[in-house]
Design a binder for this molecule. Structure first.
Ligand code: BGC
Length: 922
């Protein structure tokens, strides 16, 4: 047991010179982000993480300073807010309580804490936050846009020459304005929004690294802006602000649920640059009628679903710098009002270029045509680099799969095929191109038109997606399980683009709430989703319809048919996402803000569906989507809405709405009773008796105790009959593993998980999947991607299995009663022939590590908790006498309290710190 010995020594060290050590503070966050620029909540919240080498160390008080200048903070002065010493253990989302914060103001903050013995820590490193525009009146800018006449559009060379991309409605507009600045600038802040997508430049320099800004929202309700500190880029004298404006989701195509509907006719820009002098005077440069535009730049077309056409011969040299002659550019049109939609600061981490992947093979298909394999499915585009004669036309087509004879297989792109980049070389210089306002889901590209074959340096795949920080990693002794965890993560991150997308390749790519809610806990274990859900939940509640229904996907175009609201299994996913946000991040304000919408939804259930069984969907009635044997629809829908009603009751209780809580509990109880009366037979058969039926009934707590045992026996028989394969769909597969484990059948759960034949997760691993497939049989190595529906090779939904890997295999469970990992239940379930499994998770309070390893008769369970967390740890053991902790009997170990024996485990309560339990069963 090498690890055991290393851990033992480490523990001895940690326990020794405790007196000399104190709490150190790390990772400061404001509104869930590190030093954010552009916060428009008047009372932002602060979070810090703490470390200590002393077991059970705890914060007993804190002091926060907020200053208007870094120097003041350095001198320990909080001229804007000094909280004073506050006796409190709270370190998560502490609300600002100082003087009113100014629009565009920049603030510096730090914190110190006191420990159990009353010793003060050192001050934390300083952090910052910058406010956005707090009131609509703070905008001095107007929406501006290019208005090409039909004639100009009809004769636009891209439309004339490349009919394959006529779907793109608007050639990107190049827009610019010059301005003078006479005095030096002490600070410059720029706020930029678009109805459409923008790329921003100041004096020739690209501002920020956000892609596809300002991202996708329900534009009739809300448009986001981003804020940038551009102090370094502003010059004394002449300056140029330059923007490329594209159609994006606002004015371009959106999938066909709202035929031919776009949010608006013309992409528009709203921009405000504030130049602050040393004397605090402010000069505002805004989007107004002084701007000029042209559509004769090199990006001829760029559209979300279709790709980009770039003619480098049309490069506008110097267009984004002073001295460029824009005499023949046209004047912009100006909207008279800012409109009704809320213009808000973007709360989530932006979409960014996150990774670069080199080709693993380049194969010549025929002369001049090459197939390039990047080794894994990803979402973004390729960077093309090289030197080519002028007029060389290079085409890059994207696909997720190859046909059996080695060409691109476009079938998984469905009606978004073909999607491609076309690049026309300028000649004479080294050229590089990356796309601007589009993206593709792909593993392979086909490149044609190159005068010489591509080499290593010609193509690089760029993964472009939401930049929510990765916080969780799992590692086990089983290479296939590790691979599964990896491909789940690649699928999750690739589909993070303003919303959780169902997929990223075909003509769909929507924020389906079924899919997004199913994977929400799984995603939270891997990525810090707090800021992301803050954004998406606004879209979802913005899209609630008059009857109280949430949409099936959000953002949704308001002209979509009514059946896209109120579908069980989709719209109600909003409540699950919100609950997970609360449980994992302790974000009570999030619940408060959205609770009225949830209340409207749950109140509408009896009106829309009655109080009993839901036999038929009011919206779309898909049920357990893509199951091999589906649950009866009544079981599916009734269990879904009962569960959501229960979640609403829990939220009401957290927020102190006792009456609502009672009402929703009673409502759920009536649905449960009807469920048992009408859908469960005397012998415990639920609905149509499929794995899905049982997984739903058990996981959503629909059955009384006596029926649970019956249901589990039926479920076990179903699993056996299916030879340890899943027959479940996207809503129930992860629940299947959970209910088996919870009922004491983890061995069966492991067998289903590790089954390498179809259908099952490990079949995907064995079939060289690099992201989760949409359905169990989306692909086979013999036949390639399947024709027809359900064949996407990058669909996060079945990645919900990740929740089981974390909760059961590794054993990490957040506690809804002490949210934000203030208390966790660590209950690992060793099994499946694995010899170790461990997870490290950077929670909102700091890193938590937990896991186990087994060698012959010895089982080691290790746990590490940051200051501010405590845990209940379940250690599998026949009797407590067999459990040691850091070399002493666990019952005598410092910081460890034996709670009792339960279900074959010794259960302990521990405080923050690092622990190692060793069970010798020999
Ligand atoms: C999506 C799914 C989604 C479903 C609704 C599909 O086209 O890709 O993942 O939940 O539609 O049934």
């Amino acid at each position: 047991m090498v690890l055991y010995r290393v851990f033992g020594c480490l523990m001895a060290l940690l326990l020794m010179p405790a007196a000399a050590m104190a709490i150190t503070i790390e990772t400061l966050r404001c509104e869930h982000r590190e030093s954010p620029i552009g916060i428009d909540t008047p009372r932002p919240r602060f979070t810090w993480q703490m470390r200590s080498d002393i077991r059970g160390d705890a914060q007993t008080a804190y002091q926060i300073l907020v200053a208007s200048r870094g120097e003041l903070l350095d001198a320990d002065r909080g001229d804007v807010w000094d909280s004073g010493k506050v006796a409190s253990s709270q370190s998560v989302l502490v609300e600002y309580d100082g003087e009113a914060l100014r629009s565009s103001g920049q603030y510096f903050w730090k914190v110190r804490v006191w420990d159990r013995r009353g010793r003060a820590s050192a001050w934390s490193e300083p952090a910052q936050f910058t406010m956005g525009l707090l009131r609509q009146e703070d905008w001095h800018a107007r929406w501006i846009y290019a208005k090409p006449d039909n004639e100009a559009l009809q004769s636009h060379p891209a439309i004339m020459q490349w009919p394959a991309i006529v779907w793109a409605k608007h050639p990107p507009a190049y827009m610019r304005r010059t301005f003078r600045r006479e005095q030096p600038v002490a600070r410059a802040v720029l706020h930029a929004a678009a109805r459409g997508l923008y790329e921003l430049r100041l004096n020739g320099e690209r501002i920020g690294d956000a892609q596809l800004a300002p991202e996708w929202t329900s534009y009739h309700k809300r448009v986001q802006y981003q804020s940038y500190d551009v102090t370094e880029q502003v010059r004394q004298g002449q300056n140029v602000l330059a923007v490329i404006l594209a159609e994006g989701w606002y004015a371009g195509d959106v999938p066909p649920y709202a035929k031919n509907a776009t949010w608006g006719e013309h992409p528009q820009l709203l921009l405000q640059l504030e130049l602050v002098g040393a004397d605090a005077s402010v000069q505002v440069i805004a989007s107004d009628d002084t701007w000029r535009w042209s559509i004769n730049g090199p990006i001829r077309m760029s559209a979300i679903y279709w790709g980009e056409l770039y003619d480098a011969r049309m490069k506008l040299d110097g267009w984004d710098q002073p001295g460029f002659d824009d005499g023949d550019w046209r004047k912009v049109a100006v909207e008279e009002t800012l409109g009704d939609a809320v213009i808000c600061a973007q709360p989530n981490e932006p979409i960014r270029a996150m990774d670069e992947v080199k080709p693993v093979s380049v194969v010549e298909r025929k002369p001049g045509v090459h197939i390039v394999d990047f080794g894994r499915n990803l979402v973004g585009w390729v960077r093309l680099s090289g030197r080519w004669p002028r007029d060389t036309e290079i085409r890059i087509d994207y696909a997720e799969a190859l046909t059996l004879d080695g060409d691109l297989d476009l079938r998984t792109l469905r009606d978004a095929a073909p999607q491609h980049t076309t690049y026309i070389a300028r000649g004479s210089e080294a050229e590089t191109h990356e796309s601007h306002f589009t993206y593709h889901g792909f593993r392979y590209v086909r490149i044609s038109g190159l005068p010489t074959p591509p080499d290593e340096s010609t193509l690089t795949a760029i993964a472009v997606h939401g930049s929510s920080p990765v916080v969780g990693q799992i590692e086990t002794s089983d290479a296939d399980v590790n691979r599964l965890a990896q491909i789940v993560q690649w699928g999750f991150e690739g589909n993070l683009r303003s919303v959780v997308l169902d997929c990223s390749q075909r003509y769909e790519r929507l924020g389906w709430l079924g899919d997004g809610s199913i994977v929400s806990q799984s995603m939270i274990f891997n990525m810090d989703m707090a800021a992301f859900y803050t954004k998406w939940m606004r879209d979802i509640t913005d899209d609630q319809n008059e009857a109280g229904g949430f949409p099936d996907f959000s953002p949704i175009h308001p002209h979509s048919p009514p059946r896209y609201w109120f579908s069980p299994g989709w719209g109600n996913g909003a409540l699950l996402i919100a609950w997970n946000q609360y449980v994992n991040y302790g974000d009570r304000r999030f619940l408060e803000v959205h609770y009225p919408a949830f209340r409207r939804y749950v109140d509408a259930i009896p009106e829309v569906y009655g109080l009993r069984i839901i036999h038929k969907a009011r919206g779309n009635g898909w049920g357990d989507w893509l199951a091999i044997r589906r649950a009866s629809y009544a079981v599916f829908a009734t269990a879904q809405l009962t569960y959501s009603t229960t979640l609403a009751a829990r939220m009401a209780r957290v927020l102190g709405h006792e009456d609502d809580a009672k009402r929703y509990e009673a409502q759920a109880q009536r649905m449960r009773e009807a469920f048992n009366r009408e859908l469960v037979c005397e012998d415990g058969v639920v609905g149509s008796g499929t794995q899905s039926d049982y997984a739903l009934a058990l996981q959503f707590d629909m059955l009384p105790e006596n029926r649970r045992a019956q249901a589990i026996s039926h479920l076990l028989r179903q699993v056996e009959a299916a030879k340890n394969h899943v027959t479940t769909g996207i809503h129930t597969s992860h629940h299947l593993l959970a209910v088996l484990t919870e009922a004491g059948h983890k061995d069966v759960a492991y067998r289903v998980l590790l089954n390498a034949e179809a259908p099952g997760w490990m079949y995907m691993v064995a079939s060289d999947a690099t992201t989760m497939w949409e359905s169990w049989n989306a692909f086979s190595q013999e036949t390639g991607a399947r024709a027809g529906g359900g064949n996407s090779l990058n669909h996060p939904a079945l990645g919900a299995v990740n929740e089981w890997l974390w909760r059961s295999m590794v054993g990490l469970n957040p506690d809804p009663n002490a949210p934000g990992y203030e208390h966790v239940v660590i209950r690992p379930r060793p099994g499946g022939g694995l010899t170790f499994a461990r997870g490290t998770y950077r929670s909102i309070r700091g890193p938590i590590a937990c896991g186990w390893e087994r060698e012959s008769d010895v089982l080691v369970v290790h746990v590490s908790l940051p200051v501010g967390s405590r845990a209940t740890v379940w250690v599998p053991a026949e009797e407590v006498a067999r459990v040691q902790e850091s070399g002493v009997p666990a019952t005598q170990a410092a910081g460890v309290q034996f709670v009792g024996m339960e279900s074959g485990s010794a259960v302990f309560a521990v405080e923050s710190g690092t622990y190692q339990f060793v069970v010798d069963a020999g």
